[in-house]
Design a protein around this ligand. Structure first.
Ligand SMILES: [Ca+2]
Ligand SMILES: [Ca+2]
Length: 241
């Protein structure tokens, strides 16, 4: 499936989407530095000035499968996608989750070649639900939602093979600790049938006092699964299985 990116941020950087709406940043000018590197200046272009009360997260993925990356915006109770290249606004989800929606990662969960989304909701204290949604036969049909699990304070999610199984897992980081002395960094394994089968859960770590975000990076030594850098309240921590 196409490449993807996300900039989830209900806490530290929540002011960015709140004030700018959903914005496309385009390279406008290149400036050479004395060292020969080129710095780029970006111009902000507003695509949607008011998608909701809060845009908690945005992501890029080819939703319609035309080869162009589209934009996805997550608001408190709805998810929109903006079709490239003209950014036509479409509703992906309207309700169906516990408010507020908070984080998203696009991924072809069922392996049918079409992009799906995995969504964290219930922010901040309404249960921390984790679910995925699949599109219908056409883009006009409502997306179907399927439950994965729940963890209080669900905050960030990414896809990566952190268990070294050869298949990617859904890696979830809540903001605060509730079920252990530290925050539970979780890996959910994608089952053979993600609509009906249980998503096996592995607690990767439960030692950090607060967890703002995480990345899944390839291990330099291929004998080991990918490292999992974690941004916590007082710095950056690296975890390796
Ligand atoms: Ca597209
Ligand atoms: Ca799919």
């Amino acid at each position: 499936m196409s490449s993807r990116a996300d900039w989830n941020s209900p806490c530290c950087f929540g002011w960015v989407p709140r004030f700018l709406g959903v914005a496309l940043f385009a390279a406008a000018m290149g400036i050479s530095t004395p060292g020969g590197a080129v710095d780029f200046l970006f111009e902000a272009k507003t695509i949607d000035p008011s998608p909701g009360k809060v845009v908690y997260a945005v992501a890029a993925a080819d939703v319609d499968g035309d080869g162009r990356e589209d934009m996805i915006a997550v608001t408190e109770d709805r998810v929109f996608w903006y079709q490239a290249p003209n950014w036509k606004k479409r509703v992906l989800l309207d309700g169906g989750t516990q408010p507020d929606n908070v984080c998203i990662v696009p991924h072809d969960v069922d392996g049918d070649g079409q992009i799906d989304i995995v969504l964290g909701a219930g922010w901040p204290r309404s249960g921390g639900t984790i679910q995925w949604a699949s599109r219908g036969e056409s883009l006009e049909e409502p997306w179907e939602i399927y439950k994965i699990g729940a963890e209080p304070w669900v905050h960030r999610m990414r896809i990566g093979d952190v268990l070294g199984t050869g298949k990617p897992q859904l890696v979830v980081s809540p903001l605060n600790a509730t079920r252990a002395p530290g925050v539970r960094l979780l890996a959910f394994e994608l089952p053979a049938n993600p609509r009906t089968d249980r998503w096996a859960l592995t607690v990767l770590d439960a030692s950090l006092d607060r967890l703002h975000n995480h990345l899944c990076l390839p291990a330099a030594d291929r004998r080991y699964p990918p490292r999992r850098p974690c941004a916590r309240l007082r710095g950056l921590r690296r975890r390796r299985r």
